[in-house]
Design a protein around this ligand. Structure first.
Ligand code: IPM
Ligand code: MN
Length: 358
């Protein structure tokens, strides 16, 4: 029997369907080469369905998703829909309901990809951010009273419990251990906890003690470092080569991974995974729906292809993931730029080139 993986595909809004098409093209080419099969089932969740029916993502869909091996999301967001509705109703709902508690964001600069950091090249920018993906301020604890008056009060709480912190740190240390074994260029570098424990003394202290305890008890060979989040921003720009694995809470992770995306060459190339190590994970390009480029065949599918590479890796098909990465690098060498409309090729041409050299 051929190995077969069932993938739930949500092409979504804007340029989502265009990049998802190229990503599935590349994934299928890799699968054919390696002798396994991918079965994609498409779901139409997104702006169009919401505008027609008022429905974002029914609870029944979560039950459906559980029958799949992995999920792939093109993009969510539309100018005709008030910000927040689709994001919370679809993306965050999936993250929470499927307990995708890790947001994995490789920050890797490939050869011939432009970075805004002068004097930095692929040898300097090759790290991974692990963002806790279900806790913190994103849990939505808080509220507002006296709304609309001059005495209005609003709160939004950063909520963490030890279990949530520990399971995230565990994932980060295990990934660091793998990279440690892989190459001296990684093993010489520490795992870095990013927080703001000089001000957020309760949550910061919980993260820091958990990090120190787990590190010293279970991973004594791995060097540990700590950065306040504001300083981490500076170092990402000034000394990105200091980082190998950085782990942080949800909101700080949201913020620093966009900076990470920029230094690795922009939203055209940045990919991420919403991971439940014990369950179903969802992979996505970071670029969003980019409405102004939709339907023109000019958006860069590289981020989506990177996301599909991560998906195959998480399914255990690491050889195919490597083959895709190699094909991406060959293609990136030929491209003029990784920016939408400036690639020197169309969306479909870039997809064809990667698929053709997988
Ligand atoms: C991300 C996005 C989401 C987040 C939004 C769209 C809800 O910015 O995946 O980083 O804040 O997590
Ligand atoms: Mn974000």
């Amino acid at each position: 029997m051929t190995r077969t993986y069932k993938i739930a595909l949500i092409p979504g809004d804007g340029t989502g369907p265009e990049v998802a098409r190229e990503a599935t093209k590349v994934a299928n080419a890799a699968a054919t080469g390696a002798g396994f099969k991918l079965e994609f089932a498409e779901f139409d969740f997104g702006a169009r369905r919401y505008l027609e029916t008022g429905e974002t993502l029914p609870d029944s869909a979560i039950g459906e998703f559980k029958k799949f091996d992995a999920m792939f999301l093109g993009a969510i967001g539309h100018p005709d829909v008030k910000p927040g509705i689709l994001e919370t109703g679809i993306l965050l709902k999936i993250r929470f309901a499927l307990d995708q508690y890790i947001n994995l964001r490789p920050v890797k600069l490939y050869p011939n990809v432009e970075t805004p950091l002068r004097d930095k090249g692929p040898e300097h920018i090759d790290f991974v951010v692990i963002r806790e993906n279900t806790g913190g301020i994103y849990t939505g604890h808080g509220g507002a009273t006296r709304v609309g008056t001059t005495e209005e009060i609003a709160t939004q709480l950063m909520v963490y419990d030890r279990r949530t912190v520990d399971r995230c740190l565990k994932f980060a240390f295990e990934l660091k251990k793998k990279r440690y074994a892989l190459d001296l260029k990684y093993s010489a570098k520490p795992i870095t906890l990013v927080h703001k424990r000089n001000v957020l003394t309760h949550c910061g202290d919980l993260w820091y003690r958990a990090f120190e305890e787990m590190g010293s008890n279970q991973y004594p060979e791995i060097k540990r470092d700590y950065n306040h989040v504001d300083a981490a921003n500076m170092w990402f720009v000034k000394n990105p080569e200091w980082f190998d694995v950085a782990v942080t809470e949800n909101l700080f992770g949201d913020i620093i991974t966009d900076l990470g995306a920029m230094i690795q060459g922009g939203l055209g190339v940045a990919a991420g995974g919403n991971i439940n190590p014990e369950g179903i994970s969802m992979f996505e390009p970071m670029g969003g729906s980019a409405p102004k480029y939709a339907g023109q065949n000019v958006i860069n599918p590289m981020a989506a292809i990177g996301a599909v590479m991560m998906m195959l890796d998480s399914l255990g098909e690491s050889q195919s993931a490597h083959a895709i990465e190699a094909a991406m690098m060959v293609t990136m060498k030929k491209m003029k730029s990784q920016a939408a409309g400036k690639m020197g090729y169309s969306t479909t041409e870039v997809g064809d080139m990667v698929a053709g050299s997988v």
